[in-house]
Design a protein around this ligand. Structure first.
Ligand code: BGC
Length: 736
């Protein structure tokens, strides 16, 4: 006999709306069963014991399961750079993927991650992190795609599209979560225009893509914790944007007032039965809230599960995990993500690509050359074995050369090695200890400890023990159990935007004796380089580049791959050109200005602007045309004027001439990465909806497009002096 849930699935397959089928299912549930679905349903103490002893990387988090009715629950595994349960393919971090400016590639990444998720029993992916990079010191910068709302939205939509071919996906962290150390305590104040025009458009883009689930953020916005924020969850997300999926809290400390969180529209507290259960049970018994309120939350969760066929999703064979195709994709992404920031000529020839005769000596230097360094050591950490380090990649690729490396040698010895070498490659930057998720002791969460139940429900505990027993995925201990509290590394917001003194000293000493010194930076966001960059001829942004990153690096250095990554953020000459950032702040105001927009407004030139990156070939843009309409079409021709095939990222920026409203000088509205063979010309069309240049009307809370003459600039980066311009006339104000 099929269970009630199976019957609901069958009905949905034969045309009943998932909402109706879910409501019928909820009608069969007891009040206890409904309340059980309002949190992960896993008792806190057994859950916390599991997570802190490596369980995080051993099994998905389960929620909303009701055995009596056959409701299987959902099974969450984190992201964004791959599956975090068991061994898995590590993709380059999202920020690196942002640098590809290639949403279709991101669809393929999502597709691969989705397939790997189905091999460990997960059906809810936690990897669509699109908080805007307001400041590069943010410890989790690497988990998002960059500083620009349009670009971040398109990349996140790509990942969602790919992943949701196989599983449901979660959009996070809603909203304004772009500081790490203070995340549990900080209040972010923001005005309506900045909220809707800067910090939310990319979330809306991904809601429109049809994402299943939204995770709220830890911080508060305008005085209300995000997990209890009616304006964000009910008014904006569900009301204004029409989101019909379910909303979950961020983990463990994601809300404080259980009843309020339910009233605000949050459906599931994750991952345990923790803060909301007791107050909700007593509010129900006192008649302060209705059973219908509980029922609507559960209905939203079940509607989404039924819509996505949860419980009957195909299971992937284990052999899909880290298969050749996924490792090759990870490498392709890494190759397309690396950004060549500087490439000067030494003795008449550009330093890169490397042009080395057989038998040449390559000196590889730096603390990070030979270590496994694939990013954050918090919730996004992927247990990838056999990571190809930069040193390994270079050694394998240049098999006919001699590679010298001795990370432990004194600086004098390293300098001597550099002197004897034909070229020096210095690999510097950060690791998960300097930037990443921060799981430190926090005074901000201490008051919440009193909200945790004193003991576990024994029956639920037994059920979870069974789940643990039946769901254990192997990940090597040396990767799974790491520093400090047994599971996660320290991470947090960066203390400085510069390289460490030891790295700078190494670069300086080596470049003094070796004119062909190439610096490769491993980091998750901008690094300020002004104190040393003039001393070296070549700099490459290498990112945390995944399972095969070292191989990708060698291919880019050698020229087997022509670099095509572009910066998804600005790199300033000086920290003072960026917005205010205090990693210990208790309150902060976010205004309209950050990144390239702020530099433009303040008249500061960038060291490397948003969208910038060199290639081993060159491109020339010509014949721009703009066709206006509700969707504006922009065309131009791109000629590869060099002798190598390559890829250019066509970037369209719009600005309003003589605007009466304060707005960015230019704002990205469309982009397209295109491959152009040497000597060839390709006609490119980009389009953007007029809503991309709309202004929030803070009186009606609607949108309008300012009338007047707008300029569309089509260039290779923001502020490109070679950019082509075309005018776009908007005869009068358009209300949207
Ligand atoms: C992080 C989320 C993550 C969750 C589950 C939290 O600490 O903020 O991004 O999805 O843990 O791992």
């Amino acid at each position: 006999m099929p269970s009630a849930y199976e019957q609901a699935l069958t009905k949905v397959a034969s045309g009943t709306s998932p909402e109706v089928a879910a409501a019928e299912l909820v009608a069969q549930m007891t009040l206890d069963e409904k309340v059980h679905c309002l949190d992960g349903g896993v008792p806190f103490w057994i859950g916390i014991g599991d997570i802190t002893s490596g369980g995080y990387h051993s099994r998905p988090f389960r929620g909303a399961r009701v055995e009596r009715l056959g409701i299987p629950g959902f099974h969450f595994s984190d992201g964004p750079r791959g599956v975090v349960v068991g061994e898995a393919t590590a993709f380059p971090v999202s920020m690196a993927r942002g640098a590809t400016f290639d949403p279709e590639l991101e669809v393929r990444v999502g597709d691969a991650i989705g397939k790997e998720l189905r091999a460990i029993g997960a059906d809810l992916y936690g990897g669509i992190c699109v908080n805007l990079l307001r400041h590069p010191a943010w410890g989790r910068a690497q988990e998002t795609y960059g500083e620009d709302p349009h670009h971040v939205g398109e990349m996140g939509a790509g990942l969602t599209r790919g992943a949701q071919r196989h599983v449901m996906a979660t959009l996070k962290h809603f909203a304004l979560n772009s500081m790490e150390n203070a995340r549990f305590g900080i209040d972010v104040s923001i005005d309506e225009r900045s909220l809707h025009e800067v910090y939310l458009p990319h979330f809306k883009r991904i809601i429109d893509e049809g994402i299943a689930c939204v995770m709220t953020a830890y911080n508060s916005v305008n005085g209300e914790w995000c997990g209890e924020n009616t304006e964000l969850i009910s008014d904006i997300l569900r009301g204004e944007w029409g989101f019909t999926g379910f909303v979950i809290s961020d983990w463990i400390f994601g809300l404080r007032d259980g009843v309020k969180s339910l009233q605000a529209g949050l459906d599931v507290e994750m991952p345990y039965r923790m803060i909301r259960n007791a107050p909700i049970v007593s509010a129900l018994s006192e008649g302060l809230i209705s059973e219908e309120l509980v029922g609507s939350a559960v209905t939203r969760t079940l509607t989404t599960m039924l819509k996505f066929n949860v419980g009957k999703l195909p299971v992937s064979d284990r052999s899909i995990v880290m298969c050749e195709e996924h490792l090759a994709l990870s490498q392709e992404v890494a190759e397309k993500s690396m950004v060549l920031l500087k490439n000067q000529s030494v003795a008449g020839a550009n330093v890169l690509p490397l042009n080395l005769a057989a038998g040449s000596t390559i000196g590889v230097f730096g603390r990070l050359a030979g270590v496994r360094n694939i990013g954050d050591g918090g919730s996004s950490d992927v247990m990838a074995p056999n990571v190809v380090t930069p040193l390994q990649g270079i050694t394998d690729h240049f098999a006919n050369c001699k590679v010298v490396h001795d990370a432990d040698a004194t600086i004098d010895t390293q300098v001597a090695l550099a002197k004897q070498s034909d070229i020096a490659i210095v690999i510097v930057g950060y690791t998960k200890e300097e930037e990443g998720e921060f799981i430190g002791d926090s005074e901000d969460t201490a008051p919440m400890l009193s909200l945790i139940p004193r003991q576990d429900d024994q029956e639920l505990a037994r059920e979870y023990e069974k789940y643990m027993h039946e769901n254990h995925h192997y990940a090597p201990d040396e990767l799974r159990i790491k520093s400090r509290n047994g599971t996660f590394s320290i991470g947090g917001d960066r203390e400085s935007l510069r390289l460490m003194e030891v790295d700078v000293q190494l670069i300086r000493s080596i470049s003094q004796v070796q004119p062909r010194t190439i610096v490769v930076i491993i980091a998750g966001s901008a690094v300020v380089m002004s104190e040393w960059i003039n001393e070296v001829p070549a700099v490459l942004m290498g990112w945390y580049s995944g399972s095969n990153g070292g191989r990708a690096l060698a291919n880019v250095l050698s020229g087997s791959v022509n670099p095509s990554g572009r910066l998804p953020f600005v790199i300033p000459h000086d920290e003072s050109h960026l917005p205010f950032f205090d990693r210990n702040a208790k309150a902060i105001t976010y205004d309209y200005w950050h990144g390239q927009w702020k530099l433009d407004r303040d008249g500061n030139t960038a060291m490397f602007p948003f969208g910038f990156g060199h290639s081993y070939t060159s491109f020339e843009y010509s014949d721009v045309s703009v066709e206006s309409g509700e969707v504006v079409k922009v065309q131009c021709s791109v000629r590869n004027t060099g002798t190598r095939n390559g890829a250019s990222v066509v970037q369209v920026f719009a600005g309003c001439n003589e605007s009466v409203i304060e707005r960015p000088l230019r704002r990205l509205v469309a982009f397209k990465r295109i491959e152009v063979a040497a000597g060839e010309t390709v006609r490119v069309e980009c389009e953007f909806a007029l809503s991309k240049i709309a202004t929030r009307d803070t009186t009606s809370h609607g949108w309008f497009v300012e009338g007047g003459t707008w300029t569309c600039e089509v260039g290779q980066f923001s502020g490109d002096p070679q950019a082509l311009s075309a005018l776009l006339q908007v005869p009068e104000i358009i209300q949207l």
